[in-house]
Design a protein around this ligand. Sequence first.
Ligand code: FMN
Ligand code: SF4
Length: 368
Amino acid sequence: MKNLFDYTTIKNMKLKNRFFKAAVWEELATVDGHMTDELFHIYEELAKGGIGTIFTGYAHVEKDEQPNPGMMGIYDDSFIAEYKKLTDRVHSHGANLIMQLAYGGSRTNLNPPSPVIWGPSAVENETTGIVPVEMSKENIKYLIKSFGKAAGRVKQAGFDGVEIHAAHGYLLSQFLCPHYNTRTDEYGGNIENRARIILEIYHEIRKTVENSFPIFIKINSEDFMEDGLTSEESIIVSKMLEEAGIDGIEVSGGNDSSPNVIKNNLGAARTKVVLSKDRESYFKEHAARLAKIVSIPVILTGGNRHIEVMNEILRNTNIAYFGLGRPMISEPDLINQWAKSDYKAPKCVSCNQCFELYGRRCILNQKK
Ligand SMILES: Cc1cc2nc3c(=O)[nH]c(=O)nc-3n(C[C@H](O)[C@H](O)[C@H](O)COP(=O)(O)O)c2cc1C
Ligand code: SF4
């Protein structure tokens, strides 16, 4: 019988359990994206705390573009040495580290925003009010190369894999979304065209890293907005990526470029998760459907809270892994605690106060 503490492998990567730390932007890097002592500390604590595999917070592939301040950078070779130290430290505790790569676009919280704001089309972002510049084909080619070069650095720095962030209403998620992508060329229109940039990024990354190096994607199960990516379309994109050779799909959901998604609690980090166990693991229906269709690993992220709920999903579906975001902010050693007792309830109450606190700390851990 499958178990959350099973030892598994994905390509060259050995995983000591089925838990992934979901990407959490900490706002602790320097203004130009370099590591700080606090960031080293956070990742080391996570690794010590028993998690099998860690996705970093989203890292920017272009120097002058970041959707949030204090993000980690990966836009030039100056990062390789410091990330080598980071991967060495994480590996010394038996955990894997995967870097998440992102481009923000008009869904930016940086104030003032990055100087150049690209979008699939010049459609006003309903959350930020920003009208981006429609990307030319040259811009698209340039960005694809940036992702590829960034992934090469990730590999050189000793990370165990790389993840493309195509969820939550950032640029690649906007390409998938008909509301934000009104292009009439081969990058817009049907879902195959809207997914094209992501497929091309995947192929560029694969050219840069060998076949044994795992590449993941984080994608919305659906956008939960009018004219948004649907669950059926998300499955089509996932299938295309599987056929192209991607190694794992992390399922999330909610397009934060839609204010209704935020207002109606339909985003990736939902509140009120702990009111009942039915509310947990809130993208499980889509992820279970996807996991039946594809034969690569599906990672379910969003609202995973209790061992018994995850065990039931693990045993009754083909979902292979579970991503944990906020519970690992409040308790970086949660997995070690679970290894001792299945019954330990996580401390996180999904209040989302960590979005407001410096360093994305948990409000429950603040000193009085
Ligand atoms: C403070 C904070 C920062 C986040 N930063 C990222 C990020 O950099 N990249 C990403 O894909 N998701 C990010 N997320 C979303 C999480 O990865 C995850 O999808 C979401 O929190 C749901 O999982 P949870 O219920 O276990 O927290 C962030 C979430 C929080 C709370
Ligand atoms: S502040 Fe703490 S309890 Fe609230 S969501 Fe964040 S991690 Fe969970």
